[in-house]
Design a protein around this ligand. Structure first.
Ligand SMILES: Cc1cc2nc3c(=O)[nH]c(=O)nc-3n(C[C@H](O)[C@H](O)[C@H](O)COP(=O)(O)O)c2cc1C
Length: 301
């Protein structure tokens, strides 16, 4: 087996590098720069049952070491995903994780059921979304809610389920265990951390939504520690995400226990970062005479 192959348990990927949801669209623009099938997998923008316009602007602002975004899950909805976006991406010959979001449990169930017979690597359930039935608290903050949501989706959808956890909790191992008990095949750790910025001239919040999600290098140590914790708490594979910008970051996440990684904000500044990480990782493994498999979780022993 090649050094760079990544084992997700339910599938083996040619390498462990994939884009993070929402930072790659459906890959159309990036496909003009490189062949998408050199990546381990592609993770799509979130899909909700209905089209969503997203939040009022400004929706993105830079902070030292990071990006704050409050896009509000803007997307064209399930029908456009099924009839336009997905057929195109499926023609690119790369494994696909479709990111799923919703306002209610039924939203997730509806999207998962509709995608269940598609040729996909799996679904990634984004649990950072506010649950309108629970006063807007994220689905991912309560282990029982996570368990219930994942179990319901599991019942209607035969595809592998990757559950993406929010870091905005006291103990991330609790929702991680809830997802595993509900039938998740893998976990993505982490989504963005809640943050905000204020414009001192206007004396108003910079983002139209007031708060947003922080991503980028600033969150890497937080993400790494959460991958470490979750990898110890569950026995399903973990996909690491948060602040990855160079090959050494990828290796750190693997050593902490991630079986694969996702790269988000850093690709905005350097659109060729993903293919470069694949070749840099290949060279790194060759030089160190080891494999991805040998690195996963090695820092724990
Ligand atoms: C502009 C933007 C849009 C995002 N949209 C989504 C999304 O639709 N679904 C999701 O699960 N995460 C979304 N995320 C979170 C990223 O997938 C990722 O978890 C986060 O940015 C941390 O990784 P990074 O530090 O490498 O950017 C978004 C992030 C950004 C910056």
């Amino acid at each position: 087996m090649s050094r760079i192959v990544a084992d997700l348990g339910f599938a083996c990927l040619k390498n462990p590098i994939m884009p993070a949801s929402g930072c790659f669209g459906w890959g159309r623009e990036y496909s003009q720069l490189f062949a998408l099938n050199i990546l381990g997998a592609v993770v799509t923008k979130a899909v909700t049952p209905e089209p969503r316009p997203g939040n009022p602007g400004p929706r993105v602002t830079e902070t030292p070491g990071g990006v704050l975004n409050a896009i509000g899950l803007e997307n064209r909805g399930l029908t456009a995903a099924l009839t336009e976006e997905l057929p195109w991406l499926q023609s690119q010959g790369v494994p696909i994780l479709v990111n799923v979001a919703g306002r209610t449990e039924e939203d997730y169930v509806q999207v998962a059921e509709a995608l269940g017979d598609q040729n996909l690597l799996g679904l990634e359930l984004n649990l950072s979304c506010p649950n309108v039935r629970e006063g807007g608290i994220s689905f991912g903050t309560d282990a029982k809610t996570v368990y219930k949501l994942v179990s319901r989706v599991r019942q209607v959808c035969p595809l592998p389920l990757v559950v993406k956890l929010t870091p905005n909790v006291t103990d991330i191992t609790e929702p991680a265990r809830g997802a595993e008990a509900g039938g998740a095949d893998a976990l993505t750790v982490i989504n963005t951390l809640r943050g905000m910025a204020i414009n001192v001239r206007t004396r108003r919040p910079v983002l139209g939504n007031v708060t947003g999600g922080l991503s980028g290098p600033a969150i890497k140590p937080v993400a790494l520690s959460m991958v470490w914790q979750v990898a110890t708490a569950v026995s399903i594979p973990v996909i690491g995400c948060g602040g990855i910008a160079q090959v050494e970051d990828v290796v750190e996440f693997l050593l902490a226990g991630a079986a694969a990684v996702q790269v988000g904000s850093a690709a905005f500044a350097d659109p060729l970062l993903l293919p470069r990480l694949v070749s840099d990782l290949e060279s790194w493994l060759e030089r160190e005479k080891c494999s991805v498999e040998e690195l996963v979780g090695a820092a724990h022993s």
